[in-house]
Write a protein that binds this ligand. Structure first.
Ligand code: CUA
Length: 335
């Protein structure tokens, strides 16, 4: 039964991924309540900005026309009394901006209040921690740690707590919510909710170093039963090596420098400086959205991480070809 759900979940995820191919996320195509509120505010501001712009352009056109007709500067004698135009200066320069900007402030405060609510106490909590240049994702109540992918049940609010270990990053999933900075030493939170199952791409939105552009994440919203099966699978320790080659690869990992930064639950590898790799094979991408998670790309990244993502903290490995092959076989087996 559990296997059936897991298989169903994987098929579902593949179907979603296919349908999401080529789509770039837009804050103007909101897929959740918070993003809808923000998109609404954006349209209001566009409307007001357009109205003000047309109003000003209209007066510029009028001024040009009057000047051409020679009613003002060319015939000073026909100009109006001193003080003429003062009403326009006060009305157009003080009163109108005050009214428009107060309106915009009111709309903005309204939207901020609408999205800054606290979710009910039994809401799922996800902690997202920014690193140069990837996202640590923890489910504290479920004892799950993963990276660069946030699975959530669709149609339900989820409390996302944000912080950073190094520099300021910014969490932004345009279809689901506005940006929120991730600041070292400070934990902030937002309520993430996706109306429908789907894959929603997020991106670090604060320049954080050379690989800022390659710091992407996916929010994967699933039907609640698929999400529950995912959590149950992720809470398990890693599967044991299935053959001698994988066994050798595990030894390379655990006894070598990989384990200094990475954890694989169920082994002695317990490093905390890089992504938890216990269920690496279940993820859609490698290196925070940089590459699709296929055996070829895994070999490409692990073989030369500084070529794929220069400046990231993972050094190029100093391994013999045999050790690297075994390591890749082992990593590929971590479903
Ligand atoms: Cu992290 Cu930009």
């Amino acid at each position: 039964m559990a296997q059936k759900i897991a298989l169903g979940g994987r098929l579902f995820a593949s179907a979603l991924l296919l349908s999401a191919c080529g789509a770039s996320p837009s804050a103007l195509e909101p897929q959740g309540p918070a993003a809808r509120e923000i998109a609404g505010l954006w349209w209001w501001m566009l409307g007001l900005g357009t109205a003000v712009g047309l109003f000003v352009l209209g007066f510029i056109a009028l001024a040009l026309f009057r000047r051409r007709s020679g009613e003002t500067a060319a015939h000073p004698g026909q100009a109006g009394h001193p003080g003429d135009g003062q009403g326009w200066i006060i009305g157009g320069g003080i009163i109108m901006p005050a009214v428009v900007l107060t309106g915009v402030l009111g709309l903005t405060l309204w939207s901020m209040r609408a999205i800054a609510y606290t979710a009910p106490a039994d809401t799922l909590v996800v902690e997202v921690i920014g690193w140069q240049y990837w996202w640590e994702v923890r489910y504290p109540d479920q004892q799950v740690v993963t990276a660069n992918e946030i699975h959530i049940p669709a149609g339900q609010p989820v409390t996302v707590r944000l912080t950073s270990v190094d520099v300021i990053h910014s969490f932004w999933v345009p279809e689901l919510h506005g940006k929120l900075d991730m600041t070292p030493g400070l934990t902030t939170q937002l309520i993430l909710q996706a109306d429908q199952p789907g894959i929603y791409r997020g991106q670090c939105a604060e320049f954080c170093g050379v690989q800022h552009a390659k710091m992407a994440l996916l929010v994967i919203a699933e039907p609640p039963e698929v999400f529950a099966a995912w959590v149950a699978a992720q809470a398990q320790p890693a599967s044991a090596p299935a053959d001698e080659n994988q066994q050798a690869g595990q030894a390379v990992f655990v006894d070598g420098e990989c384990a200094e930064c990475h954890t694989i639950r169920g082994t002695n590898a317990a490093g905390l400086g890089g992504p938890d790799l216990t269920h690496l094979g279940s993820r859609t991408t490698l290196a925070a959205g940089t590459l699709p998670n296929t055996p070829e790309h895994l070999a490409e990244f692990v073989g030369a991480p500084q070529d794929v993502k220069p400046g990231n903290l993972m050094p190029d490995p100093e391994l013999s070809d045999g050790d690297l092959t075994a390591l890749l076989a082992y990593l590929g087996s971590l479903e």
